[in-house]
Design a binder for this molecule. Structure first.
Ligand SMILES: [Zn+2]
Length: 467
């Protein structure tokens, strides 16, 4: 069978039909609407066999899917393009989709017959018309419809009613996803408990750090604590409460340590610098700004101090990090990457194409950013990292992104993803976030509304747990 490129498929209806007959049901939804997103989440749950593909509406997407689709019509009611090219609209689209799955098949069949069909259409058009007044008012249907009215209603809690309704539609799915994620976190935690990962013939070792109270973090949030040993260099040797586990590792591995480096001045990265240096005689290397932050180290909020541990102030002797730092058999480039915090640096080995990213790249957890995060600087830093040739990306909290086959599998820790793609996805997300925030301020929306529309129920889980 011949295939058509998207451009050629647009040339005529017949050709479009041929191209589409190979595909699934394409469901066009308003990606800005909390209710639409909740419904799509259910659709994904029902659709075990991938009979449907859900596509958030944009001008470019519509042109690609089918030239007959119109933006305002699609935003007003549900449009589904069937595999043979038929376009189902509104209630008929709902019934058509329902027929696809065993558990909703009966609803679908009845919904296409008198009198249910007429009743369904009536109810649907009522909901579709009033969705504007319930909708999220951040660019989707609202913008096309009646921006003035919608903006007025946004101040009258319409936003929150939509947000809340979306929450209840989604609640069973959210609970289930939460349970699954908790089980996954527990499994990863127990498999890494007091463990280490020897990679690249022992040149790279990830030491998983534990401690009675610090253990709450991987169990609740999935963020693992690690110290990285790379070619004689220890990067980010943990907090005082993780000392016991670090010393146990060092007794077992007995590595030759020639330098100790901190990527930034957060407590779980810097609490053992002087202690480890005294133990191993290896010199400490930190950036100028990190040294400044550590002398003295500011008093942590009590929760962080209790769970992770208040680090001691940095004491002499220590060295300033230059542009490069020697390892046992080569060197690492030191690259400033502010964003996660102002003093952050990453270490890059051009020979191995390996990046020790610290917290400059956090794939999974973003919903609880620290107060010292600067997303504008972070964007610039990630753009800089994207220019590097990276085959192995080692995060500071226990994830390694790589496609290299000389790195063995370790589910939950080794993520089989091209580091470049991981970084550019992160960039896309941060850019989208920036736009949302700026547009929100321009529209003079309350900060809490902007926040809620940046982290809708669905995206909250998906951005945190895209492992
Ligand atoms: Zn950090």
């Amino acid at each position: 069978m011949s295939t058509h490129t998207p451009d050629r498929a647009l040339a005529g209806a017949e050709r479009t039909d041929t191209a589409q007959s190979q595909a699934a049901y394409r469901v066009l939804y308003d990606g800005q609407c909390e209710i639409c997103q909740a419904c799509v989440a259910w659709l994904k749950t029902l659709d075990h066999d991938n009979k449907t593909v859900s596509v958030p509406i944009s001008a470019e997407v519509l042109a690609r899917v089918d030239f007959r689709l119109r933006m305002d019509a699609c935003l007003r009611q549900l449009h589904v393009v069937a595999p043979k090219g038929e376009i189902l609209v509104g209630w008929d689209a709902v019934a058509g989709l329902a027929r696809l799955f065993p558990s909703t098949w009966l609803i679908g069949v009845l919904g296409q017959r008198f009198p249910f069909r007429d009743a369904g259409r009536l109810v649907y058009s009522f909901v579709a018309t009033n969705r504007y007044s319930l909708s999220k008012c951040r660019g989707g249907a609202c913008r096309v419809a009646r921006p003035e009215v919608v903006r007025r209603q946004a101040r009258l809690a319409a936003f929150w009613s939509c947000y809340t309704l979306g929450f209840f539609i989604r609640l069973p799915l959210v609970l289930w996803a939460g349970l699954k994620a908790a089980a996954q976190r527990t499994s990863i935690f127990s498999r890494t408990y007091h463990q280490r990962l020897d990679l690249l013939n022992g040149r790279l070792t990830i030491l998983f750090l534990n401690g009675f109270l610090p253990n709450a973090v991987p169990l609740l949030f999935g963020e693992l604590f690690t110290a990285v040993l790379y070619d004689g260099v220890v990067v980010d040797p943990g907090s005082p409460k993780m000392r016991g586990s670090l010393i146990r590792h060092l007794h077992r591995v007995r590595p030759k340590i020639i330098r100790i480096i901190a990527t930034h001045a957060h407590e779980e990265h810097v609490g053992n610098l002087n202690w480890l240096s005294a133990l191993t005689d290896a010199p400490i290397y930190v950036s100028e700004m990190t040294a400044e932050f550590l002398r003295p180290f500011k008093q942590l909020p009590w929760v962080r101090a209790t769970i992770i541990g208040q680090p001691p102030n940095l004491k002499e002797p220590y060295q300033r990090l230059g542009n490069t730092v020697d390892t046992q058999s080569g060197h690492l480039q030191v690259i400033a990457t502010p964003g996660h915090c102002d003093d952050h640096v990453v270490l890059y080995d051009p020979k191995e194409k390996l990046l020790l990213a610290g917290d400059a790249f956090m794939g999974s957890y973003f919903a609880t950013p620290n107060p010292d995060v600067d997303s504008r600087k972070w964007l610039v830093s990630l753009e800089r990292l994207l220019e590097l040739d990276i085959e192995i990306l080692v995060e500071g909290h226990g994830h390694i992104h790589t496609l290299r086959t000389d790195i063995p599998d370790f589910p939950g820790v080794i993520l089989r993803q091209d580091p470049k793609i991981a970084i550019s996805q992160k960039l896309d997300y941060l850019r989208w976030l920036r736009e949302q925030i700026e547009a929100g301020f321009q529209e003079q929306l309350p900060v809490r509304v902007i926040e809620a529309s940046c982290f809708p129920w669905g995206r909250r889980t998906s951005w945190e747990s895209d492992r």
